[in-house]
Design a protein around this ligand. Structure first.
Ligand SMILES: Nc1ncnc2c1ncn2[C@@H]1O[C@H](COP(=O)(O)OP(=O)(O)OP(=O)(O)O)[C@@H](O)[C@H]1O
Ligand SMILES: [Mg+2]
Length: 496
């Protein structure tokens, strides 16, 4: 069975590819009621991990648990073995995720699905390489055959191209996907002319989502209640429910605490949330510039609002006030990413989207006999990812040890200097001296660097696969010694 799986911060949604249809799967909760998602939750009960609806119940009973594995994954330095703590227990994040995904696989099987589970999986457009790697490995460890990994907004764009094809015409072919989820915000400009879409640009924030609106509401509640409040998790949970109950005509947000109902005027809640919506609009700035300011004259067919966070009336009002009638809200805002992933998984579907690298990467290296540090951009957002891209460079080293500090960045200036958030994601120290290489296994460190007269010939080779993961191989051509690092993996693989 070919599937699209959207591992969300709050909801995991699964769609299947079924003879040209892409239904969202239903999953039963503890009472047997059906939902179109599995809560992305894990709890620890009597030393055992429980997931999904069972975890939601366990958390409400006060068992320890973890609410947002995906937020922990967004840490730039994440690897498969990054520890996470649940109550007294500590385990590697990759294992925790694999265990959760094993539960998801079991629930999919309960839908009567047999045979291999083949899936296209989603990641936030701005996911670091480490997050992509750990997510992919955890899906594999849970028994899925991973057909591909796609940026979430690109998948939502694919779903739009099927659902709203009538808004597209020869002049208007571009769509902005505004995806406000539980923990992340992504916006992408996608060109959907023909059956192959193309992502033009993509921006986002890994730390903005519906959860933050719950926090704001919890702050307002705390300011108004005299006396004890429930614990933080329980308070956030009642605030989430209250927020989800807000309708366009609502005057008050009603927050049910154990012994009272707190009324917060919607106007106060919206004023307090304004900076969150403004943050999303501020990061969209580069896309809006691509719209060339005049929405009437632009070639934008629509603004597609997806993600549960866009259900908040404040959010849709703001977007509509800026972009007018071209704003569309998906009939299943929390399902469109999974549906798009299922379309991508369907071998018979004529529709596809070509992605671009959403984070550039480059390397700092010492130059001028170690006197200065130079930065080389190896790939930036203009790189198209339809098939693996290899970048190779050769030169003669001027040192006995090569020190490569890889970083990811979100944008570059016109002159190619990285700007915006710059995240170190790996450092490789490579001996370029036969004597040091013989001692392989023993660590070489940057303090052993010396300038040499006639250094070895070096080849750097980078492979960026269509899911945006990078592997780097540094080879000492003179001795054949090589080291390979997949960004996000714990330890480099050495070969000779
Ligand atoms: N009716 C509603 N009104 C306001 N917010 C809502 C409503 N329904 C859902 N949400 C919010 O939407 C968010 C979840 O959205 P969604 O399911 O799209 O996120 P996700 O895919 O799990 O997360 P992400 O994409 O960030 O990883 C939660 O913060 C939830 O409270
Ligand atoms: Mg989502």
């Amino acid at each position: 069975m070919d599937l699209g799986i959207d591992l969300g911060t709050t909801h995991t949604v699964v769609a299947s590819a079924d003879r040209g249809n892409f239904p969202v799967m239903s999953f039963p909760d503890q009472d047997g009621d059906s939902h179109d998602h599995i809560p992305s939750l894990t709890a620890l009960v009597d030393g055992e991990l429980v997931h999904g609806f069972a975890a939601a119940e366990a958390l409400s009973q006060g068992h320890p648990g973890i609410r947002s594995v995906k937020r922990a994954l967004a840490s730039p330095s994440v690897t498969f073995s990054t520890p996470v703590h649940i109550g007294e227990t500590t385990l590697p994040i990759g294992e925790l995720l694999a265990s959760y995904l094993g539960h998801v696989a079991g629930q999919i099987r309960l839908n009567g699905i047999q045979g291999q589970l083949r899936a296209v999986i989603g990641v936030p457009a701005h996911a670091h390489t480490g997050q992509r790697f750990v997510t992919m490995e955890a899906f594999k460890a849970a028994g899925f055959a991973v057909l591909g990994m796609m940026n979430e907004p690109s998948a939502a764009g694919l779903e739009y191209s099927l659902r709203q094809s009538r808004t597209l015409n020869s002049r208007r072919t571009r769509v902005i996907i505004y995806d406000l989820g539980g923990g992340t915000f992504d916006a992408s400009l996608v060109d959907l002319s023909g059956t192959t879409g193309e992502v033009i640009d993509s921006v986002g924030l890994n730390d903005l989502g519906g959860d933050d609106f719950d926090q704001v509401l919890a702050g307002l509640v705390a300011g108004r209640v005299n006396g004890p409040l429930p614990g933080q998790d329980a308070l956030l949970e009642v605030c989430r429910l209250a927020k989800e109950g807000v309708r366009p005509q609502s005057r008050n947000v009603l927050v049910d605490l154990p012994d009272q109902t707190v009324r917060i005027p919607v106007a106060d809640f919206e004023t307090a949330c304004q900076p969150l919506v403004d943050r999303s609009l501020a990061v969209m700035e580069p896309l809006s510039r691509l719209l060339q300011c005049d929405p009437a004259a632009s070639d934008i067919a629509g603004i597609d609002m997806v993600g549960g966070g866009t259900a908040l009336p404040l959010v849709s009002r703001r977007i509509r006030s800026l972009f007018g009638r071209r704003v569309h809200r998906s009939p299943s805002p929390t399902g469109s990413t999974a549906i798009g992933l299922a379309i991508a998984a369907d071998p018979t579907s004529p529709h596809s989207v070509r992605d671009r690298l959403s984070r550039g990467f480059g390397v700092f290296r010492e130059t001028n006999w170690g006197q200065q540090v130079a930065f080389d951009v190896l790939a930036d957002q203009s790189l198209r990812l339809d098939s693996p891209v290899t970048i190779t460079r050769r030169y003669r080293s001027r040192h006995n040890v090569g020190v490569y500090r890889f970083v990811e960045f979100s944008r570059t200036d016109a002159d190619g200097t990285p700007r915006g958030d710059l995240t170190p994601f790996a450092q490789i120290v490579v001996p370029l001296d036969a004597a040091l290489q013989d001692a392989a296994g023993r660590a070489v460190d940057a303090s052993q660097v010396r300038a040499v007269e006639n250094g070895h010939q070096v080849q750097e080779s980078y492979i960026i696969d269509p899911s945006g993961m990078v592997s780097a191989t540094i080879t000492d051509i003179d001795t054949g010694w090589a080291v390979t690092t997949t960004m996000g993996r714990d330890r480099p693989v050495v070969s000779n």
